[in-house]
Design a protein around this ligand. Structure first.
Ligand code: COI
Length: 355
């Protein structure tokens, strides 16, 4: 008991787990939380810079009831994945992009943020410390969830005095319960996700709970998720509750431009580059909802979602069906992306980081 207690409280800065694999049914992974061994924690006050963090055993954290994050939602999150290659090497996908996005979001939310180097180093440490939870090749990935929260106490509305950067991890498989089957979407005509001047473009925690109602209503009607429209004119499509959207028409692939209300997804950005590499004409532009009617294909992208084909979309009671089969462009983009992420396809872009 003494040694396990010691293990519980001792900071471990360069821990590598020894066991080959944790006891997980790798074929049954969905997107639920499987708690892992370690989490990374780094703290600083509002007038400081983050300096040093440590790995702690994964577990509950203590928070002031008057913390900024609990009372006023002062918090950001990120999501990125570690993969195990056939040759046993471990890969991260574009972790510096998550670090940069967190810096931009932190500025918007009046929080100090870790440097890009600190963020990437923390991600590496978290992945290695939880190595036995990284699924076998082809069975999924270790999803890492960096959080940046105002944990210090506030009563009046103000930035919190103290901040915590934390990363926990969970092995994951497919995001949607449909697995890889095409999604059934509904265009949301009542609720909105983001407004100009708001925080739709940054990954604040406060963008997510407000979409639960629309998501729940859609799910109760058998849809996989909702597609939000712009909140000013209800004219252009924006994104789903958890991922970005693309439409395909002939050789043209379009996705809503990041104008402050669209989350600048890292998978979104990667798919744009992969599609351009294949010779498709990719446009980031306002997309009128009517463009859904004569699109050949629609698909979604996100770190959690990866690339998910959309089978149909219902708008004002009318349902439009899309191509999703083996010849679909979304399949080609998906297999190229996951091939790079898992080391099966040569990474000419320099996106992967071997750890
Ligand atoms: C991700 O794709 O990593 C996200 O952060 C979306 C989240 C709703 C799971």
């Amino acid at each position: 008991a003494a040694s396990s207690l010691q293990q519980l409280f001792e900071p471990t800065t360069s821990y590598r787990s020894d066991d080959e694999y944790a006891n997980v049914n790798w074929d049954e992974l969905g997107f639920g939380l499987t708690p892992t061994d370690y989490m990374y924690v780094m703290k600083c006050s509002i007038n400081e810079k983050f300096s040093e963090g440590e790995l702690n055993r994964y577990g509950n954290i203590e928070l002031s009831p008057s913390s900024g994050v609990l009372n006023y939602g002062q918090g950001l999150f990120e999501g990125l994945k570690a993969y195990r290659r056939e040759d046993g090497r471990l890969l991260l996908f574009r972790p510096e992009q998550n670090a940069l996005r967190m810096k931009i979001g932190a500025e918007r939310m009046c929080m100090p943020s870790p440097s890009v180097e600190q963020f990437v180093d923390a991600v590496k440490q978290t992945a290695l410390a939880n190595k036995r939870w990284i699924p076998p090749p082809g069975k999924g990935s270790l999803y890492m969830r960096p959080l940046l929260i105002g944990n210090g106490p506030v009563l009046g509305l103000a930035p919190a005095p103290d901040y915590t950067f934390l990363i926990y991890a969970s092995p994951v498989g497919n995001y949607f319960k449909e697995g890889l089957a095409p999604l059934n979407l509904v265009v949301e005509d009542k609720f909105h996700r983001a407004a100009p001047g708001g925080t739709g473009g940054v990954k604040t925690i406060t963008n997510y709970a407000p979409v639960l109602k629309a998501q729940a209503q859609a799910k109760s009607k058998g849809f996989s998720d909702v597609l939000f429209l712009d909140s000013v004119n209800k004219k252009n499509i924006e994104e789903l509750s958890s991922c970005n959207i693309f439409i395909v028409k002939g050789n043209a692939i379009s996705t809503p431009d990041t104008n402050g209300t669209i989350l600048a997804g890292i998978t979104r950005k990667s798919i744009i580059d992969i599609a351009r590499g294949y010779g498709y004409q990719v446009e980031e532009r306002p997309i009128p909802v009517e463009d859904l009617i004569d699109a050949d294909e629609v698909f979604c992208t996100g770190t959690a979602v990866v690339v998910a084909p959309v089978g149909n979309i219902t708008y004002l009671g009318k349902r439009v069906e899309y191509k999703t089969g083996a010849g679909a462009i979304s399949r080609k983009l998906q297999s190229t992306l996951t091939g790079i992420q898992t080391g099966l396809i040569e990474d000419k872009m320099g996106w992967t980081v071997v750890i």
